[in-house]
Design a protein around this ligand. Sequence first.
Ligand SMILES: Nc1ncnc2c1ncn2[C@@H]1O[C@H](COP(=O)(O)OP(=O)(O)OP(=O)(O)O)[C@@H](O)[C@H]1O
Ligand SMILES: [Mg+2]
Length: 497
Amino acid sequence: MSDTYLLEVKKLTKTFPGTVALDEIDFCLRKGEVHAIVGENGAGKSTLMKILSGAYTRDSGTILFDGEPVDINSVEVARNIGVSMIYQEIEDVPTVTVAENIFLGRLPRSKIPGFLNFKELFDATNKILHEYNVEIKPQRKISTLTTGERQFIEIIRAVVVKNAKIVIMDEPTSSLTKSEVEKLFSIVGELRKKGISVIYISHRLDEVMGIADRVSVFRDGKNRGTLEKHELDPDKVVSLMIGHVLKRVEKKPSERKKVVFEVKKLSVRNRVVDFGMKVYEGEILGIAGLMGSGKDELVESIFGLWPAQYKETYFFREKINIKSPVDALRYGIVYLPEERKSKALFLEMTVNDNVVPQWLFYVKKSLFPKRKREVDVTEYYVKRLSIKTPSVFTKVADLSGGNQQKTILSRLMAVKPKMLVLNDPTRGVDVGSKEEIYSVISALSDEGIPLLILSSEIPEICKLANRVIVLSKGKICAEFVDNDVTTENVIRAAIGI
Ligand SMILES: Nc1ncnc2c1ncn2[C@@H]1O[C@H](COP(=O)(O)OP(=O)(O)OP(=O)(O)O)[C@@H](O)[C@H]1O
Ligand SMILES: [Mg+2]
């Protein structure tokens, strides 16, 4: 059983100008297994998936499906074989219902020409949603669903309408809530039961350990090893992934002498109640809290992205009024939002233009007088954050997901901010690069720049912050400093123990 593969990739190579994305890679997939792929940013994970789903074509190498060679040279060929890739930015039609979206291309017609048989459609949809334990009404419009719910619909559609035998998920949980992640796992389990194979790419080793039957580790375009479930061990995976030992960042004690930023009397309807907070020079302040604790509304209301009923904001003791992140930028306060890929990157522009974009000039006119200086700045960050790119003049669209994230971070740092607010700074970034980002964050705080950090991972906050405030029901319910900043303390406080 174990040596009959549904899919076999042998010595597959794919190059882009200046980059060998896949270097004679081998990869095998069993029927009905959940096969996770992990690896550093730029290792070639997404590229292999794009080849399997027909979006890219390979330069050389063999692909066997059910033991027979197949030439996947278009999306149609991939679809006919039964390969379905679930994209993050789902190309569904937002104004149609869940039911129509699932059955698009296979809608039941009514007896009256030109009309749909809605009863049949909704019944069939209910049945299938029920099978996957997804509680969404078939009548709902796609536009009213969360990102997670849209993904579930897309997976179900792949299986039901496209008859997928292999479902590929490339970092599916990066914009899901905790409960949506659990739901996704249960859907994945359902697929496995039905004998459908799942290829699951993720940077979150904890997820991978929980869900995968096997794990392959990619590095520099090669498969460095496929581990069976019983061989899975985080240290082993990490060492295969980065090929060296991680360097850890040291924390320094918090001084809390000079207040740089202060918010007072902040109230957000039904979410945040008379909130106050000081941020000190050189400190890394973590804000933690469960979903619904008000932490996201809190930060967004500070930046004018969420309406506050009342707030007072002070920066270097001067009263300021921040109505948008652009206002904040004028004071040198830089905000990295959660939803950044779509909003913060200029995909068609080069790495250099993304790190040092022209529009920054109005913030500080003499920032980078010459082109040469710009390129120096970009090259510095490319090196500092190990951004994998053939040159600083490569289009950002051509970088891997994690390297795009690092490009945004570089820009924030290149502005020479007076304060940084980072929402999930290492999302989609591999373990090695996480450490590099942590080291830049700690270097900024050494220069006296205060940083505010929110993260979906409490251990990450605790690793970096010298002080953490914990929110519950829109109020600070606990505060920890220096040695008391531990994952255990923060989680206990967040859940109310
Ligand atoms: N369309 C493209 N044009 C040029 N280079 C590309 C293109 N797509 C990918 N690359 C390069 O190929 C390499 C592999 O990229 P890929 O997206 O497969 O990485 P990945 O393993 O998915 O990384 P991440 O974890 O960051 O998403 C990278 O160096 C990337 O810059
Ligand atoms: Mg990728």
